[in-house]
Write a protein that binds this ligand. Sequence first.
Ligand code: PPE
Length: 311
Amino acid sequence: MRETEKIWMNGELVDWADAKIHVGAHGLHYGSGVFEGIRCYETEKGSAVFRLTDHLQRLHNSARLIQMELPFSVEGLKAACNEVIGVNGLPECYLRPLAFYGYGELGVRPTGCPVDVVIMSWPWGTYLGDDALENGVRAKISSWQRIGPNVIPHVAKATGVYLNSMLAVLEASKAGYEEAILLTETGYVADGSGENIFVVKNGRIATPDLSSSILPGITRDSVIQIAQDLGYTVEEKNLVRADLYLADEIFMCGTAAEVTPVRSVDDREVGDPGPITREIQSAYLDTVRGKREQWSHWLEYAPNPSAVTGS
Ligand code: PPE
């Protein structure tokens, strides 16, 4: 991880090296937190954060789902994100807002623990490897199932949930694959360890619907809109592993992974990134860098571009 200058902690900017918490913090023991992953991109008009408000609204929804009261409003967090972007002076960065039960009492019930909120920012390159965007990744269906909706609400981007993703991605990488694909307990395709998934067959695009134990990805939502605007039909429906094995094209998407092609699943070749994947990928990558007017409403420019770009 490349260190930057400052981290925002509970309303204050602190030096990177001093952004510490006590080992008794509740969130450390029980994974009791919620978080976001947001990208800020360099555009011709200065740095722009992709769908900042939607991400921070989702953070609030995640907190609500685990009955955590966030001490900062969406507007307050938006100002904080812009502050971090400005002070660290990076034209492009990944933002990581995180809210967790802090140091107070131990015991699973979080009564008596403060809610701490932090925002980190740093440059995060390609999520799934250097040539993932260009050539795609090899994926493996995990032996670990996605956490079901009555285990932990999957709509919440909660820290503890990621143990499930960690197990899946460790298993996949130890077996020589770049990413894991998780199925639900009933055997439908859910998602990747940190991405949503799309399948292309005979020119039609499909993705698991929101009831399939998936995070309602903001990139997923953007991709659906982009694909529809480009004239494609996008079906949100149950998919099974055979749909992956027989797909013409597969891609994964997320803030970190952007739009990453999948070249094989369980060693069954899907092949080089196909034309629809390429079209959507380039539309997305152009959009986030302010090069497509059609979807420019998703960009939220940092208020003071000169402070942000350092120019
Ligand atoms: N599913 C999962 C399980 C997931 O973690 C992410 C984001 C998505 C779908 C896509 O959501 P969205 O970013 O809103 O399009 N994963 C984050 C990375 C997790 C990590 O720290 O690793 C991300 O992409 O920022």
